[in-house]
Design a protein around this ligand. Structure first.
Ligand SMILES: Nc1ncnc2c1ncn2[C@@H]1O[C@H](COP(=O)(O)OP(=O)(O)OP(=O)(O)O)[C@@H](O)[C@H]1O
Ligand SMILES: [Mg+2]
Length: 258
């Protein structure tokens, strides 16, 4: 890669913006997070009214558990993932991540924590279109200020693991839907986060491809012990997960079923 390529520009500008950061603790590879949610509430102010979306949710996820989240459209599944993933703040309640309170972290710690400790996969891949598969997967490494050689080694290894060794130089527009989701999964897993949150990751794929991607989640969960929480509307995929969290109108119907 040359100094003028887009990745170099991204890396250089990000490196400068992160100079004030002090947290250099290593990530916790090969292990999942224990998540403890207590009395979690989330409401939105809309049109002069308060819309209560999450109502007093309490549950625990043991390290390495893989759980489905199911529920009708509008039940609050994405809202729960956003709040757990620290992309949005709860209105009240607490979230402990391996006994550390994520709701009381300052902005710098929170940004680093999110990048290093939580992987996200969405229904639509959200890959950066101007970068190759390899470069997209290297992004979280650069945000974490890893040197290029190590970032490339890690990105190649996880892309190999998801079966994309022959697509490293393809841009997202040059990949199939299933391949794009494999890249998104590789990007989410490249730093071996203790928690992976996925919002309908197979919702945009045909049944066969969706099952293949789902199987990859299961294999990575077994291999790495990553705690995984996966929203799905597909009962067959939910049945394949050891636990299921069922939501209805912002509350839990059955809690965690093991
Ligand atoms: N920023 C917001 N402001 C106001 N209301 C919101 C906001 N975000 C979500 N909502 C409302 O919260 C409710 C839950 O939304 P959410 O996206 O969590 O549902 P969901 O269970 O993920 O549904 P789906 O299966 O359709 O993706 C919806 O009724 C939605 O309109
Ligand atoms: Mg949703």
């Amino acid at each position: 890669m040359t100094a003028s390529d887009p990745l170099s520009k991204f890396r250089d500008s990000f490196g400068k913006s992160m100079e004030t950061s002090t947290d250099k603790r290593p990530a916790d590879p090969h292990g999942g997070a224990r998540i403890c949610v207590q009395d979690l509430c989330k409401s939105f102010e809309h049109g002069g009214r308060t819309l209560q979306v999450l109502s007093n949710l309490s549950f625990e996820l043991e390290k390495g558990v893989m759980a489905a989240i199911m529920g009708a459209s509008g039940a609050g599944k994405s809202t729960l993932l956003h709040v757990l993933g620290t992309l949005d703040l709860p209105t009240s309640g607490s979230i402990l991540f391996n006994d550390e309170s994520v709701t009381s972290m300052g902005p710098t710690r929170l940004a680093e924590f999110r990048n290093r400790s939580i992987g996200f996969v969405f229904q639509f891949h959200h890959l950066l279109p101007e970068f190759t598969a390899l470069e997209n997967v290297m992004m979280p490494c650069f945000i974490n200020r890893m040197d290029s050689a190590l970032a490339e080694k890690k990105a190649r290894a996880i892309l190999d693991r998801v079966g994309l060794t022959k697509r490293l130089t393809h841009r997202p527009g040059e990949l199939s839907g299933g391949e794009q989701q494999r890249v998104a999964l590789a990007r989410a897993m490249v730093l071996e986060p203790p928690l992976l949150l996925a919002d309908e990751p197979t919702g945009n794929l045909d049944t066969h491809t969706g099952k293949e991607i789902h199987d990859l989640f299961v294999e990575l969960n077994r291999e790495r012990g990553t705690t995984m929480l996966i929203v799905t509307h597909n009962p067959k995929l939910a049945e394949m997960m050891p636990s299921c969290l069922k939501m209805e109108d912002g509350g839990l119907v059955d809690g965690i079923l093991s």
